[in-house]
Design a protein around this ligand. Structure first.
Ligand code: NAI
Length: 638
């Protein structure tokens, strides 16, 4: 066999190790599945005392199906055949006479978890990389290899649907606590624990009666609740897969083969194709941060120094500490840093949950009024006031202290790097690392290259961005880079529509129906009307500010932060009236300037090609992912 190894142990246990040839991670390709069925054939003839399935890769257990094969599902019938392959094979695995166990260490996703669910026991290894989930919905499809059948049986239908409809993952402890894993053990005892559990004859933990009822006669209760939850986030005409998951579970016990028309409709949908495209775009962005073959360009940051503990600097520092880096955070006084430290703590509590881990993250974030960290940092990020003079003074003061290899970056949104770097003795070392607000929520970071910048620094900046689990997008130095440059004419068009008498609610509804995560007027309220006005002056090519914007700014109505903008924010949420009916063609009219500008920026070379522009706009603005991006949409490839 090419991908699997079978080890027969003296105690009668067989260990099947998946180590997919020629790849660093395991995925369930046609060949891998075929070999697994051959293993089952062989074991049918001479049944073992038990079978352990594990991975031979350091990266993890199994990352899922082989996504490369999805793009070959272009003709009717192929999708159904793919579903049948996994459904039948895993049913066969679930029915074998001898005990089976999946030893799960590292990622165990999609088809990988469906395989593990088909084993009698699932033993999770408790370490940082272990995560389990069924994220198919994020690719616009469904877990058709038994996940929709077995996950509800294992953890109860509400928890299972929550996992399948959001694509979120569980670590080893949470998987055990929810009943997905039978046990969770540290790596040093996993071998022994796996063999003990396998031969224990211990029955599976039964679902409580209520859960069994909800997974049987009372399915409608859970299904209706799940449909309501999904409807809050995704419209069926944009994202059909989550609705199909609920239906397939409710009506067919998760057997997609019982509803071939649903399988074809979902797999052949433009949404599934476009979400697959978005997945590949995301991989391409990650690639910018990966080490090239040229070893000299490898860069790993250990210590980051952030200057300016305001809205951005504070959150950038917290994010880096969360991601395991040592961070020194500098501002003019400790008092100015206090709000940032408070927000950091809240972030750690939310994301890390365990007191020891929270404590450790907080220990990594070191307030540093004197700026001693500059001399030790691998990356120094400047996020002080948006003023050329202030930034010049800062650069002059810190440059002599920097390590020669340190990346010096500015988070500026609107100043030219070419103007900022004139204060430096080595101007070519300055790069832009442009985060978006809120830092913890936004996946994209623009890495800005000014004319004549040192390419080693640009590559190192991309590697750093990838290291902290953000998506680096290389862009050239130009006003607004990519993301703000495309947002400005879109927001302007939206506010012009308000000037023309269309209500903010109607404008927002038009774009929500189009598939944007937030309406453009609510977006203006969120970023602040003063910021939108300033950005507009810089990016709108001298166009006059919309009246609706200017008047509100004059009245001090600056949006969410002041409690009133286009909407009343006194309750913390935008208070919106009913949108009424949306004029035909409004969404297309509003989105056109964004698409035009994206295309122009590609032509100008600010971003390297149309695919990267689509990636940047999707991950930087939330532009409707199911469309595949603005330029893909324009090209009519939906
Ligand atoms: P902010 O006004 O919230 O924070 C700036 C902080 O820098 C203040 O705490 C101030 O005390 C500190 N500071 C000023 N001069 C300093 C110095 N010489 N040494 C140490 N600390 C100093 O500003 P914000 O919004 O965080 O913006 C910072 C930078 O990030 C700007 O360049 C801005 O263009 C950029 N940016 C802002 C975004 C936003 O949404 N606010 C988004 C992306 C980039």
């Amino acid at each position: 066999m090419k991908h699997w190894q079978l080890n027969n142990e003296a105690n009668g246990i067989v260990v099947a190790v998946l180590d997919r040839a020629g790849e660093s991670t395991n995925a369930l390709s046609t060949e891998v599945m075929l070999e697994l069925s051959q293993i089952l054939d062989q074991l049918d003839k001479t049944p073992p005392a038990g079978l352990i399935i594990r991975s031979g890769k350091a990266a993890g257990f199994i990352a899922g199906a082989d996504i490369g094969e999805f793009s070959q599902l272009d003709t009717p019938g192929k999708g159904l055949a793919l579903v049948a392959r996994g459904w039948d094979l895993f049913n066969r695995l679930a029915a074998v006479s001898y005990p089976t166990l999946a030893l799960v260490r590292g990622h165990c996703l999609g088809g990988g978890l469906e395989l593990a669910l088909a084993c009698r026991y699932l033993l999770a290894v408790d370490e940082a990389g272990t995560k389990m989930g069924l994220p198919e919905v994020m690719l616009g499809i469904f877990p058709g290899w038994g996940g929709m059948l077995r996950l509800p049986q294992r953890v109860g239908p509400a928890a299972a649907l929550d996992l399948m409809l959001t694509g979120k993952t569980l670590d080893a402890k949470r998987a055990r606590n929810m009943g997905l894993a039978d046990d969770c053990v540290p790596p040093r005892v996993m071998e022994m624990a796996a063999r003990q559990l396998l031969l224990s004859q211990q029955p599976r933990r039964a679902l409580p009666l209520v859960q069994r009822l909800l997974n049987g006669p009372l399915k409608a209760v859970v299904a209706n609740g799940a449909r309501k939850q999904v409807a809050k986030k995704a419209r069926p005409e944009h994202y059909p897969a989550p609705y199909a998951i609920i239906d397939l579970w409710q009506q067919h016990d998760g057997n997609a083969l019982a509803a071939p028309e649903v399988v074809e409709r979902i797999i052949q949908s433009p949404t599934a194709k476009n979400l697959l495209r978005v997945f590949h775009l995301q991989e391409r962005l990650k690639g910018f941060g990966k080490p090239s073959d040229d070893k000299a360009s490898d860069f790993t940051a250990r210590h980051v120094h952030v200057i300016g503990a305001g809205v951005m600097g504070g959150d950038i520092a917290a994010w880096c500490a969360l991601r395991g880096l040592t961070v020194t955070l500098q501002d003019q006084s400790l008092e100015r840093m206090a709000p940032a430290l408070k927000r950091a703590h809240a972030l750690f509590v939310k994301r890390l949950r365990e007191p020891l881990k929270i404590r450790a993250a907080f220990d990594r974030l070191i307030p540093d009024v004197a700026g001693d960290g500059v001399a030790h940092a691998d990356v120094v990020i400047e996020a002080i006031f948006e003023s050329v003079e202030a930034k010049h003074a800062l650069f002059r003061a810190i440059e002599p202290k920097l390590k020669p290899t340190a990346v010096l970056a500015s988070n500026t949104s609107s100043l030219r790097l070419e103007d900022l770097r004139t204060a430096l003795a080595r101007p070519e070392r300055l790069v832009g690392i442009h985060f978006f607000n809120p830092v913890a929520m936004m996946p994209l970071v623009e890495v800005v290259e000014a004319e004549g910048a040192d390419p080693t620094m640009v590559r190192a900046a991309c590697a750093f961005v990838k290291q902290i689990d953000k998506l680096p997008l290389p862009v050239k130095s130009a006003p607004g880079f990519l993301v703000n440059a495309v947002l400005a004419p879109y927001m302007l068009a939206a506010m012009r529509a308000v000037d023309d008498g269309i209500s903010p609610e109607t404008v927002d509804e038009a774009m929500l129906a189009f598939g944007m995560p937030m309406g453009p007027i609510e977006l203006v309220d969120t970023v602040g009307l003063d910021i939108a006005l300033a950005a507009g002056q810089q990016l709108a090519g001298g166009a006059e500010a919309p009246r609706c914007l200017q008047q509100r700014v004059d009245r001090g109505q600056l949006g969410k932060k002041s409690g009133q903008g286009f909407y009343d924010w006194s309750s913390g949420q935008a208070k919106k009236a009913a949108p009424g009916s949306v004029p035909a063609g409004l969404a297309e009219k509003l989105v056109k300037p964004l698409v035009d500008r994206s295309s122009q920026l590609v032509a100008d070379g600010v971003v390297a090609d149309a695919d990267l522009a689509d990636a940047g706009v999707i991950f930087g603005t939330g532009f409707a992912p199911f469309t595949g991006g603005p330029l893909h949409l324009r090209a009519g490839r939906r």
